[in-house]
Each structure stands twice: as C-alpha cells, then as structure tokens.
Design a protein around this ligand. Structure first.
Ligand code: 16G
Ligand code: ZN
Length: 538
C-alpha cells in the first residue's frame, strides 16, 4: 500500500520489544523505556483515524499523569476533544503488538482496507507532552510515524492534557457555528480569563487565598501563565499561591505531592506550609485532576475531593437555573462511580437531582453525562467536568430574562459554559470553577465541608496473580462481582455486619492489582470491613 515502505523503514528504528501492550482506560502507560514502538504505532493510527474522518485533526498526548517520573504514556484525542472512540482502542492494541515490521505493515494495510480509509485523504495531527524527561524522545518516535504517513502536524510542545483537548476541539470547529475558541495556548487562557471575570461580576470578592500544589508537573508553568490573564487580587481576583512548580528536577514530579498523593494518603504534601483554615488544592502531573483540602482548627486534615466538587457545582448550577427562570429547561444530573462516597450520593438525592453510576474511567462518566442538559461528572479522585448540551446552551443563550435577578443569574450561568472545559476534566478550569462558587456562596472550606458528612472509607490495593479473574456484573457499575464464583456472597456477608457498610472489589484498569473499597459509619468499622474483604480476595 501507499505508505508501506516508509512505515517499515521508520519502524525498524523503533522495534517492538517483545512485550504485549494494551490500550487501557487512559491509553498506553508504562515505564517510558518500553514505549518507543508503542508511540510510533499510535502515530500510525492517528494518521488512519484522521483520514477516516476526512482529515479532521486528531490529538496525541504524551503523558503518564500522576504516575512516577520514569513512566510515560500516550493517548489519542478525537475531533471534538473527547477520548478516542472505544472501538478504535482495539486497533491501537493490535498495532502495538505486531511483532515485526512485515506484520505491522500487513496489519496497517489490512486496517486501511477494512476501515475503508482512502490513503490520499489529507491527515492532520496535533500533539503535546508533559514535563517528563522521556517526552522529547517519544515525540521523535511519533514524528517518525507522522512523516512516514505524510501527516500535516503541529507540535505544541509542553501542554496540560486538557489544553490539548481544548485545541483539538478548537481546530475542528474553526469557522463553524460551534467554534470553541482560538486555536492557541493564548486563546485557552484568554477564554478562561474572560469567562472567569464574567462569572465573578455578581459575586463577593474571593476570601483568603488558595495554595495550589502543581505536583512539580506541567500544571505549574501553565498556571503561572494563566495567572497573567486573570484579574489581580486588587481587581477582585483570587490570591493564588503556586507551590511545587519545579519542573527542572525530573525526579520530583508527583513525588510526595500532587492530587493522587493527597487523595490516596488523605494528607497534605509534607512540603505544605499552609496554616489551619487556609484553602489548598493539588493538581496531578498533567493537570486534569484537582483535589481541595485544608487543616481545620484542631489541625486535622480535611479532604474536599471530586465528590465535593460535584456536589458544590450541582447545587450552584441548580440554584442559578432556578434564579434565571430556566429550571424547567435544564435537566441537571450527576454522574458518579462506585467510589463516590455514599454520603455525597445521598446529598445529591436530597437536592432532588438524578444520580447515575458508571464504571471507572472518564470516558464512561463523560458519555453518561451527555444524556443530561447539564451533566455534572466527577470521579472521587478529582477528575471531572460539567457538560452543557446543545439544548442547554441554546436555552441559556436565547432566554429573555424577566427581571434583573434573572438577568444576573443568566449571565453567571452563561459564563460557566465558557469557564468549564467541555472536552474533558481540567484542573485549572475546575479550580477556577470552585473559586467562583465559593466566592458566590461566601463559603470557607469549612462551610463547604459542612454541607454533608462523608462516611469514613478505606481503599486497599491487593496484588493478585491474575486480576482478570475479578470480573464485575455488567450494568452494576462495578458494584458486584460475577467471578470468582463465591466472592460476592462472601463480600455481602462481610458488609452485612456493619452499619451503613458498603464494599466492592474491582480489577484495576491501570495496574496488576485489584482494589477493595469499603465505607461504614465509623473509621474503625470502615478499616475493619476493608481488611476483611481484602483478606477474602488474597
Ligand atoms: C485512569 C482514568 C481515571 C481512573 C483511573 C482508575 C482516565 C483519563 N483516567 O487513570 O479516570 O480513575 O484510571 O485507575 O480515564 P484504576 O483502574 O487503576 O483503579
Ligand atoms: Zn491526569
């Protein structure tokens, strides 16, 4: 076929290391030194995907998010800024596993034919990477593939994952009625800053400051850039204190800091010098997750995780919908996973909002959220966003307010549709959203925390020989096991012994392990239940 020779030649520079790879929940992710051939082949698939979609631009992000510095990863972004369509994940896996140049070329022309891709259609790709040391080398692998398949490409160098998603959507909507923004990093900051100003127009000034731990990743320099576009504290903006923004020492990335560290260890980074009641948040290594926290008066660490952001956002947007006179037109719903704290679910039900549950992984939540006019989705780990449907946007932008109060609420609501990244969870955007809501509600972190009381919970990681032995029943959002056979009965037996007890087991999608989650009415009981269930699994 047309590119066969060039593909084979460049592929010989990046031989398959004799390993089996899988395009998982977040693309391919592993030790960076194993990734060259994988990234090369992902580049080949990006070309195919773009040609299949008539030359629409596909994104390639090179990052391993919250994983250690020596890891890296790669994932594809579809034209509207969403995750790669799931049926294509299998093609990525197949290409990554082709053992030789001949078999790779063979498979590529097979896919080209099966998918009815016309080799002469133009192909366009944009890509970026996080701050990992292996990034530039992996970019070379990618570029080799794009050259071999004659793709037009733009290298955006260092970006957060959500910034790349934003750019992909901007390129593909340019000049249409769905135009999403200017196709540049600057365009991203300008759009967000303008929306922030508008969202703050009818609010009190933000109180206190927010300390942002950037995990020593790409979020640091990008937040510093964003701050230049935001109003200063004097002008009514937020006092943002940036910490852990050193990207010069590769080994410090995600080390004892960042959203995953804080959520998993339920403690502030040891480097934090925040005083009691000071508002803090942590981003992860590619800035698509954010977690809030603070120390209370008695110096006890208090976490405000993704569930908290979801409930805060849902309640605020619900209020704005009512105040603007649009509550009939905007069906607001919340999407959670089994990891959501049971108390957060109850709180959402108390607000009379529908809650849906999906399997873990952003693509599942995102998909479910599109079924609401306003779909709020967050994983407990801090990844999430709020999606406004085309109907919702139309209602918000065309409604004629009947009073000054309706007009101000409507203006704030409209600002949120621009402030919140519509493509994927975005730590910078989510952080501004939280700051806007706290300012509007005049909430301190303590008041935010007081909206409901979390059930004590524990997450345990159990290493097992074959995680695939743990399969969950379809349609239960991972809450029930199908196999091993008696496992679910035993778990139910353990759960039954605790007040407000809940526990489930699922195979990790990113590590060779299964995870046990348990919650119960007291700390001791949650720990007991988690340990008991973990022992059943071992
Ligand atoms: C991936 C997912 C994240 C999920 C996590 C679960 C994306 C972009 N990322 O990092 O949403 O929470 O996997 O990991 O979808 P686990 O399967 O190992 O528990
Ligand atoms: Zn991430």
């Amino acid at each position: 076929s047309k590119y066969a020779e060039a593909i084979a030649q460049a592929s010989a520079k990046h031989p398959q290391p004799g390993k089996t790879f899988q395009y998982g929940t977040a693309g391919f992710r592993m030790k960076a030194d194993l990734l060259d051939s994988v990234v090369y082949r992902v580049g080949l698939l990006a070309a195919l995907r773009s040609r299949k979609l008539n030359g629409q631009t596909i994104g390639v992000m090179i990052t391993a998010s919250h994983n250690p510095p020596e890891d890296n990863g790669v994932k594809l972004v579809d034209p509207m800024g969403e995750m790669l369509e799931s049926s294509w994940e299998a093609y990525a896996t197949k290409l990554a596993n082709a053992p030789s140049e001949e078999e790779l070329v063979q498979l590529y022309s097979q896919l080209t034919a099966d998918l009815k891709v016309k080799p002469d259609t133009p192909a366009r790709v944009i890509f970026a990477r996080d701050t990992r040391a292996s990034g530039p080398r992996l970019v070379e692998c990618l570029v080799d593939a794009l050259n071999a398949t004659q793709v037009e490409y733009t290298d955006y160098k260092l970006l957060t994952t959500p910034q790349l998603h934003y750019l992909v959507r901007c390129v593909n909507t340019r000049g249409t009625q769905y135009e999403y923004g200017e196709v540049s990093e600057k365009g991203y900051y300008e759009k967000m800053a303008a929306a922030f100003k508008q969202a703050m127009e009818h609010s009190d000034k933000p109180k206190g400051s927010v300390s942002v731990d950037c995990a020593n990743g790409v979020g640091g320099p990008k937040l510093r850039e964003l701050v230049k576009y935001l109003p200063s504290q004097k002008e009514g903006g937020i006092d943002i204190k940036i910490t852990n923004d050193d990207v010069s020492k590769a080994e410090s990335l995600n080390h004892q800091c960042g959203a995953d560290y804080v959520k998993t260890n339920q403690r502030a980074p040891p480097s934090s010098s925040a005083k009691p009641l000071e508002r803090c948040c942590s981003l992860d290594g590619d800035a698509d997750r954010v977690i809030y926290y603070f120390l209370d008066e008695s110096n006890t660490f208090r976490l405000l995780d993704g569930d908290r952001i979801a409930t805060l956002a849902a309640s605020f947007i619900g209020d704005l919908a009512k105040q603007s006179g649009l509550s009939d037109k905007l069906k607001i719903g919340v999407v959670q996973t089994a990891y959501a704290n049971g108390a957060s679910t109850k709180y959402i039900e108390k607000m009379k909002l529908p809650v849906e549950f999906t399997a873990t992984g952003v693509k599942h939540l995102h998909h479910a959220a599109t079924r609401f006019d306003v779909g709020v989705y967050f994983e407990a780990n801090g990844h999430g966003t709020v999606l406004f449907s085309p109907n919702a946007l139309k209602a918000i932008h065309t409604y004629d307010p009947q009073s000054p109060a309706q007009a101000t609420a409507l203006q704030t609501l409209a600002a949120l549709t621009d402030l919140i990244n519509q493509t994927v969870g975005d730590a910078l955007s989510d952080m501004l959203l939280v700051e806007v809501i706290l300012a509007h509600k005049s909430f301190s972190c303590a008041e935010w925390l007081a909206t409901y009381t979390d059930l004590p919970n524990r997450l345990v990681r159990v290493e097992v020989k074959d995680r695939n032995a743990w399969k969950t029943v379809a349609g239960t959002a991972e809450r029930k096991l199908e196999t091993p056979r008696e496992a679910q009965e035993m778990i139910d037996g353990a759960v039954g012994k605790y007040k407000e007890g809940r526990s489930f087991v699922r195979a990790s999608g990113t590590e060779e392990a299964v995870r046990v989650y348990a919650e119960a009415s007291t700390r001791g009981e949650a720990d007991d239940l988690a340990n008991n269930v973990a022992n059943l699994v071992k």
